[in-house]
Write a protein of this length. Sequence first.
Length: 403
Amino acid sequence: MKGRNSCGQSPRTLAALALCMALQSAGFVMILPLFARRFESFGAGVQALGMSALAYALASTVSAPFMGMLADRFGRRPIILLSLAAYVLAFSGYLFAASAWLFILLRGLAGVFTAGLIPAITSSVGDLASEHRRAQWIGIVNGGASIGWIVGPLFGGLLYDRFGYVVPFAASILMELCALLLAAFLVPETHTLSPHSAGPRLAWMRGFPALPALPAFYQLMLISFGVMFAWAFIEPQLMFYAYDDLGWTSSRLGLVISTYGLACMFGEFALGQLSDRLGRKPVLVLGLALFSAQFIGLVIFRDVTFLVVSFILAGLGNAISDPALSAHILDITPPEQSARIMGLKATAGSLGNMLGPGLVVLLTPFVSPQVIFLIASALVIVLTLASAFALRAPQRNKVPPEL
């Protein structure tokens, strides 16, 4: 691959991707806890918030595989730039939206045009990093996103409490614009385009015959779906539970979410390479077990200290499980198909993001928040046990480590 032959350029490109993810994530997570406040300003509640998350997830579910196909066909860089530009426009729309329905529509459009960002960036890492350093570099790039999870919610809550929603939304737009400019100037194309590749339709159709024959492929897609479903299922309820039942301010909610991001960042930078050394499966199982802590904590505790501890454990779990999961998928995927397969992973996650809010909208009038959190806890525990007993580890070539 082109990127692997450019060893001197690879660390700089990977660092630029990590910084882009930090800016993009900070802008997004800065306003994520404020969506509930924004819908309240429209006179709407948890159902409207759930519908907006559903619109975003549905659009992402449909779009992600096609964006991945385009990244394999035309290169990673155009899809990265398109996605970041879409974030700038979408966040500008969130700021000026005049109704809940317009906000929901904008979230749906954002889902369409931003769905290719993670598949394209993850595939770029796969282009540049060797198999035996793959999880480590995925962890580093993901660590950039975790920096956003630390900075974004904390400053978003503080800015909202002092200035209202306009300032944090404007700040998020500026961050997305900075990420776009950074990618435009510092992120080159990492994918070698084949001059003999088929047209888009044939390239899409021939990309999948081998992988569906692997049981591990379906199991990994199920894990991707389940993890995202569990979080999306509790997210709308969590925001209103924190404000209405626990009496938290936006600043306190932002602080708790920031501790999750801090744990993720530490884990991804310090522990992301664990599956390169210990194997994908054991690290994935351990990560899923730790990830369940946030849901179990919400069932059991109301004290902010214990909830922070549970979110820290969950952040560490996510930090080691996601690089192991993505590296496992890349290990069994031909390089020329990596973006479209990572697009399928994104689709599985987006499907979870879509069905989670949809189900919580139906259940919210009839069950308490603790029941919602308990269902999510049970799901992640089942995924952990299934990974431990049913998932087969990939066979990896033993070669000297390189970038």
